[in-house]
Design a protein around this ligand. Structure first.
Ligand SMILES: [Zn+2]
Length: 124
């Protein structure tokens, strides 16, 4: 399933996709590294000046490096992917409606409240 395409210059965005499970700290570090790379290496011409970094980002010149906009999109996808992983389903004890809510959304609230009944919802 996740074997790399024989054609290493393949630009099909789904080509060679690899699912990756990371914890919160790893997730934060990946985002920080991407933003650092974007700020340090992709400013101006967009051509990566540091040859070591350029080799890594291009798999030794086999791949077209991501531009700043593509890194924005990647950061967004990484955020969306982990929102799913850290969210839970909640059910209203009165009307039994359900919502999906991430721990980040809850912050200090502890549990979401049903917008119809104003009841504290239960995790399901
Ligand atoms: Zn309700």
């Amino acid at each position: 399933m996740n074997e790399f395409c024989e054609n290493q210059s393949c630009e099909n965005s789904a080509c060679g996709e690899t699912p990756l499970l990371v914890d919160n700290r790893e997730h934060a570090t990946i985002l920080a590294a991407l933003r650092f790379h974007q700020a340090e290496n992709l400013q101006g011409t967009g051509i990566i000046q540091d040859l070591t970094i350029r080799d890594i980002a291009s798999n030794l010149g086999h791949l077209k490096t991501l531009n700043s906009e593509e890194i924005d999109q990647l950061c967004e996808r990484i955020n969306i992917a982990t929102e799913g992983a850290y969210s839970r389903r909640w059910c209203c004890p009165d009307c039994h409606c359900t919502v999906t809510c991430s721990y980040d959304d809850l912050a200090e609230a502890g549990a979401p409240y049903c917008s119809d009944c104003d009841s504290e919802m239960l995790m399901i």
